[in-house]
Design a protein around this ligand. Structure first.
Ligand code: ZN
Ligand code: ZN
Ligand code: FE
Length: 758
């Protein structure tokens, strides 16, 4: 044999991997693979990812390469793998080389729920971390919420104040250990400590006793606060109607649904009806709140989610939650600790300052939450996940886009459900949910998030993108910022176009599409309020092809909270004053003669009655026509209740409508609704009508794929109907899965536009 034993069958590759590959256990993973295939070389964190040189048997090297891409660590996201064949160097071992500098451009990973390995250890009495509330490893635990700056090293996290004990240090330094370089590693000896403080009698307890005390309080019907990953939760027994009533009163939150945490999936199944997809979302490592249908006879108190058949459920995602649920032995309400619609509270002093009148006790700890992060919310529709809030577990969310950014882009989103997005190179990075920017605290949170992301990515924008709405806090901020930094370019993107773009960004679409952008409010190009828009879109431009025929909103903002005003506005628009006066229905009768005349005058003269084409408001109007005349308790309540009635009183019928001169005219529908003897049937027929509008228009453009975006498409019944009809008619469509269809996706769409403009 002339073949010498090495050189011919051996090769050496240089492999560069980009994506989320730092701080997610990638190096030990590769190290173990190299040992498995008896290969030599090294790995190091470099620039935007990791750099590997691997040498050995040709076949084994190929297997090694396949294993990397087919089965990476759970928290990793590989965007690109670049390999080059290089000369053999004759290495004798594989090593992890500590890198001195990284270019800081690696992605920040989101926080991930406790992994099965850690759970097993936590429940093992012989393990040194038995029942340890902060157990974690390379595959699980806090990330975004404890990171101050990059690179992701313990010294740059809020774990820096806890000095590793010898045992933890040994695990941390051992490449074969599953805690190798797990930055938040700790144990009873060296980690954060729990504390319990009663606001009733000032009693105090530490560590495991603190858990016992808080659980006693919950079981006794008290309302408590618990410090979790991204902030405090307000917690109480979810089967105790009285506690929830008190919580609602104290928080001034009359009807908005509260999320419930269960000990395990079996408990959820006892009280809710869930399908396979919902189950997979509930148990996923991201552990979001999942909207499911509750059973009629469930033990969950009715006032957890009044008047609707849905409930948001989730499983414990930290060891601490796990320990609490085990002890309380009943599902608990776990809702973000905040003052109505303000950011989640992450700091104990702030909690006492703002919520001391609401809570009876607190379970806190001394690990600082650097970046607040709310729980994520998802639902399943026709077997696909639909994200309603993209936050803990998912965000920061990075998207790889084929269009490379020639400049650094910062998009600041909308005013409600605000998020920001950074774009650089082939990345779009979406921040966690910030929230509604209607308070000083919320705006500060927005600024803090901006600073955090700028720090993470060493980022100064060349371009800032904002909404066209001059009144949005984000728009005002963007304009002021550009004023002071003259070399930064400002781009304004129309709100509904940004909705469509957000979906295009998620799917990396660059062609033409027909976009249905249905939401509550957005600033239109003509200065009116848009919201029932059908747009012709590409990543570079758009054209408004159809829209809901405009109607006024009597009282402007007031109408948004009071659906009966919207209903009256609709009637004024489509009927004469006499016709309306002669109508005998609960809606008309709910207005005094004076009110009626006054509103009519406002309508006629256009006083504080802005025109809108909003589909969200049409839902409100129809809700009032169904006989619901009280002001809304929370945004989206009308849609959720219509959804509930539509499921209970289901029909396949719909109402008439006319598409005339690019306007969707709903006069016929209103006439038919007013004639309806059985009011319960209105919801289903109305939702079918909206679906029919979407499908009918889509059929006019058989060559164009359809995009569904905007908050209205959070309506599960509507979405189901549209998707089913699309499938029947073979219509290709796109619907965001990973980012919210609501305003939470706007910043992503704005950033996507900037990539294509340059
Ligand atoms: Zn783990
Ligand atoms: Zn330790
Ligand atoms: Fe919107």
């Amino acid at each position: 044999m002339l073949l010498s034993e090495g050189s011919i069958s051996k090769k050496r590759l240089k492999i560069e991997i980009n994506g989320i590959v730092q701080g997610v256990g990638f190096r030990p993973f590769v190290y173990k693979l190299a040992l498995k295939y008896s290969l030599c070389g090294y790995i190091l964190n470099a620039g935007k990812g990791v750099e590997i040189e691997i040498e050995g048997d040709e076949v084994q090297v190929d297997k090694f390469l396949t294993s990397i891409s087919s089965n990476p660590p759970p928290l990793a996201r590989i965007d690109t793998i670049h390999t080059t064949k290089i000369p053999i160097k004759g290495s004798k071992e594989f090593s992890i080389i500590q890198s001195l500098h990284t270019e800081l451009k690696t992605m920040v990973s989101p926080d991930i729920s406790m992994c099965p390995d850690c759970k097993k250890e936590m429940n093992d009495p012989s393990n040194r971390r038995y029942k340890y509330p902060f157990i974690n490893c390379t595959n699980c635990g806090p990330r975004y919420t404890i990171i101050d700056s990059l690179p992701y090293d313990r010294k740059n996290t809020s774990m820096r104040k806890f000095k590793m004990c010898e045992k933890c240090k040994a695990e941390y330094e051992d490449p074969t250990n599953r805690r190798y370089h797990a930055q938040p590693i700790s144990c009873y000896e060296c980690g954060p400590k729990l504390e319990f403080i009663s606001l009733i009698d000032s009693s105090y307890a530490k560590e495991s006793e603190a858990i016992d005390r808080i659980c006693d309080y919950i079981k006794a019907g008290k309302i408590v606060a618990v410090k979790g990953l991204g902030g405090f939760h307000i917690v109480c027994d979810a089967t105790n109607e009285k506690s929830i009533e008190i919580l609602r009163k104290k928080k001034h939150r009359p009807t908005k649904p509260l999320a419930v945490m269960f000990s395990d999936i079996a408990e959820i199944k006892k009280m809710c009806i869930i399908n396979e997809k919902e189950e997979s979302l509930i148990v996923s490592k991201e552990r979001p709140i999942v909207l499911v249908t509750k059973k009629e006879d469930s033990k969950i108190a009715k006032n957890v989610a009044p008047n609707i058949d849905k409930i948001g459920v989730f499983l414990p995602y930290t060891p601490l939650h796990e320990l609490i649920l085990e002890k309380v032995n009943a599902p608990i309400v776990a809702t973000s600790a905040n003052i109505s619609n303000q950011p989640i509270i992450r700091d104990k002093d702030e909690l006492f300052q703002k919520l001391s009148l609401v809570i009876d006790a607190v379970l806190s700890n001394d690990r600082e939450i650097i970046n607040a992060c709310d729980d994520s919310v998802v639902m399943s529709v026709e077997d696909r996940a639909v994200t309603l809030r993209c936050s803990r577990g998912y965000a920061p969310k990075s998207f790889f886009v084929s269009k490379k950014a020639s400049k650094k882009v910062l998009a600041v989103g909308a005013n409600q459900k605000s998020t920001i997005t950074l774009a650089f190179e082939n990345n779009l990075i979406l921040s966690p949910h910030i929230g509604d920017l209607n308070s000083i605290d919320a705006f500060e949170y927005f600024i803090r998030t901006l600073d955090t992301f700028k720090r993470f990515y060493n980022f100064e924008p060349d371009i800032i993108v904002c909404d066209k709405h001059p009144g949005y806090e984000t728009t005002k901020w963007a304009k002021a910022y550009v004023q002071q930094n003259r070399d930064i370019e400002l781009i304004e993107v129309q709100h509904h176009y940004a909705h469509a773009l957000s979906c295009m960004a998620e799917y990396n679409l660059d062609g033409e599409a027909l976009a249905f952008c249905f939401d509550g409010t957005g600033y239109g190009d003509d200065g009116t309020i848009w919201g029932g828009e059908v747009l012709f879109v590409t990543p570079k431009s758009y054209k408004r092809v159809y829209h809901l025929k405009e109607f006024p909103l009597i009282g402007g903002e007031k109408a948004v909270k009071e659906p009966r005003r919207v209903a009256l506005s609709l009637l004024f628009e489509y009927f004469s004053k006499d016709e309306i006066s002669n109508m005998d229905n609960a809606l008309i009768n709910s207005f005094s003669k004076k009110e009626f005349d006054n509103f009519y005058l406002m309508y006629k003269k256009g006083i504080n009655s802005p025109k809108c084409s909003s589909m969200g408001r049409l839902f409100d109007g129809v809700y009032a026509l169904c006989g619901y005349l009280n002001p809304l308790g929370y945004e989206g309540e009308s849609g959720l209740i219509l959804e509930t009635i539509a499921q209970k009183y289901h029909t396949s019928q719909s109402y008439s409508f006319v598409i005339d001169n690019n306007k969707i005219d709903i006069k016929e529908m209103l006439i038919e609704i007013l004639k309806e003897k059985d009011k319960n049937i209105i919801a289903s027929k109305f939702i079918n009508t909206v679906a029919k509008i979407v499908v009918d228009i889509s059929k006019k453009y058989p060559k164009l794929p359809v995009i569904l975006s905007g908050g209205v498409f959070q309506n599960k019944v509507l979405l189901q109907k549209v998707i089913q009809d699309f499938k029947k008619s073979n219509i290709k469509y796109y619907l965001s899965t990973k980012i919210p269809v609501n305003d939470g996706g706007i910043s992503l769409g704005q950033a996507y536009y900037a990539l294509y403009r340059h």
